[in-house]
Design a protein around this ligand. Structure first.
Ligand SMILES: Cc1cc2nc3c(=O)[nH]c(=O)nc-3n(C[C@H](O)[C@H](O)[C@H](O)COP(=O)(O)OP(=O)(O)OC[C@H]3O[C@@H](n4cnc5c(N)ncnc54)[C@H](O)[C@@H]3O)c2cc1C
Length: 394
């Protein structure tokens, strides 16, 4: 692997970092991490503002085909992710830009592409994902929410759960049982709909740190135009798999951790315990060095995935391996940082909170990534079956 950039790529990278650095300087005081956008109205408005800034530059449609307004390359997309991650700059709707747009390009009919891609590229519509249900998560195809076709509409009924940011989203993409008597995996349909459609009730699921990011969504006779279908009727499982394959390269999160490490090292340089800077303590130094090594390993893994994606060679287990390593490293990182910060590291929204409560927030949020987008146990199954060729348990 050679990760050297061309002169043109270096110039693009500089521009991504310049813009994201400027946006970082405009962040509201209440912004302590990407999740803040779902909790605080000012942060949500800032998220939309940043999105508009990116849209003006064509950065929300990087590497799309030119006929749909695409600009730039896959490498631009990777470098843009690095810049956003390093500067903790919001503005990229993960559901719309990272998941739905490439899925529409791969699986939607021409009319759906023409209708829904421009509002994503122009930061006009923000999306949420309505997949999981109380009894269907890892085994998603066991879902029971129905979409029954009547005339030129589907009528949705049932309950979805764990829907991140659904209370803020304009539109949703979801998967529903369209043939109640059909065979598992062959009875699902993938639909797009406006979250303001009558019959939708959203209830928050309070997170353990009091944050309101996740939701339950109830659907009672929700009428969705049949033309909002992606893929074929009862062919939704293929669309689900396509979308699930557009997992993040995780580079933005890894760059955010790099910045977090720099901040932590700075804290250790400036904070004295027992009369000397924390950074002189051999135990602290050792732990920081361990984090730095693991971070470098995660970064190299993420570049490798980006390179494989770029060449269209990414296998199912490659992204799973990165997801497991990066999410579990995120936990180790948050635990270590909170430990080093000491008792005040557990404080948020207070003048006593070191680094504006950043690590308190990370400590609570780091568990999310081991569960969402498919749990790490499921990722390990994928690695075992598809990567290592191990036999499945009967
Ligand atoms: C914070 C958060 C945000 C989320 N955001 C969204 C969202 O925006 N939209 C959305 O639709 N969903 C979302 N989800 C749902 C998420 O995708 C599911 O929680 C996840 O897929 C696991 O499903 P489950 O919760 O039903 O757990 P289960 O599937 O019931 O799993 C329970 C446990 O059993 C293990 N397990 C299950 N099957 C196997 C197996 N075959 N082999 C080994 N172990 C197994 C799991 O790994 C897990 O540890 C979110 C979840 C969380 C926690």
């Amino acid at each position: 692997m050679d990760f050297a950039l061309t002169d043109e790529q270096i110039a693009h990278r500089k521009e991504f970092f310049r813009v994201c650095s400027e946006l970082e300087n405009q962040k509201p005081a209440s912004f302590v991490g990407f999740e803040s956008i779902f909790e605080d109205d000012e942060c949500w408005q800032f998220h939309r503002y940043c999105a508009k800034e990116y849209a003006k530059k064509g950065w929300l449609s990087l590497a799309w085909p030119a006929e749909y307004g695409g600009t730039g390359t896959m490498m631009d997309r990777v470098m843009f992710g690095e810049a956003r991650g390093y500067h903790s700059a919001p503005g990229l709707d993960p559901f719309g830009v990272q998941m739905l747009a490439p899925t529409l390009l791969a699986a939607a009919n021409e009319e759906v592409k023409k209708r829904f891609l421009p509002p994503i590229a122009n930061a006009e519509i923000f999306w949420c994902e309505l997949w999981s249900e109380p009894n269907a998560g890892s085994d998603l195809a066991a879902l029971t929410c129905t979409a029954i076709k009547k005339g030129n509409e589907y009528i949705l009924n049932g309950q979805k759960t764990w829907n991140s940011g659904a209370h803020k989203a304009d539109w949703a993409f979801g998967v529903f049982k369209s043939d109640p008597n059909g065979r598992k995996h062959h009875n699902l349909t993938f639909l797009l709909f406006d979250m303001k459609t009558p019959g939708i009730t959203i209830r928050p699921i309070p997170y353990m740190n009091g944050a309101t990011i996740y939701n339950e969504v109830y659907l009672d006779d929700v009428h969705v135009p049949a033309e909002n279908i992606v893929g074929q009727e009862n062919g939704g499982w293929a669309v689900v798999n396509t979308l699930a394959g557009f997992e993040r390269s995780a580079l933005d999160e890894i760059m955010a951790m790099l910045r977090g490490l720099e901040t932590l090292v700075e804290f250790c340089n400036q904070t004295k315990r027992n009369g000397q800077p924390l950074s002189r303590d051999p135990l602290v130094r050792n732990r920081l060095a361990q984090l730095a090594c693991e971070l470098e390993a995660a970064r190299t893994l993420a570049y490798r995935i980006a390179d494989l994606q770029n060449r269209g060679e990414m296998a199912l287990m490659d992204a799973s391996a990165l997801k497991v390593f990066a999410s579990e490293f995120g936990e180790r990182f948050a635990f270590t940082a909170t430990d080093i910060l000491g008792p005040y590291g557990q404080v948020k929204h207070s003048k006593w909170a070191p680094l504006n409560g950043l690590w308190e927030n990370m400590y609570h949020e780091c568990f999310v990534f081991t569960i969402s987008m498919g749990t790490n146990e499921i990722q390990r199954n994928i690695i075992a079956w598809y990567g290592l060729g191990l036999p499945r348990m009967k």
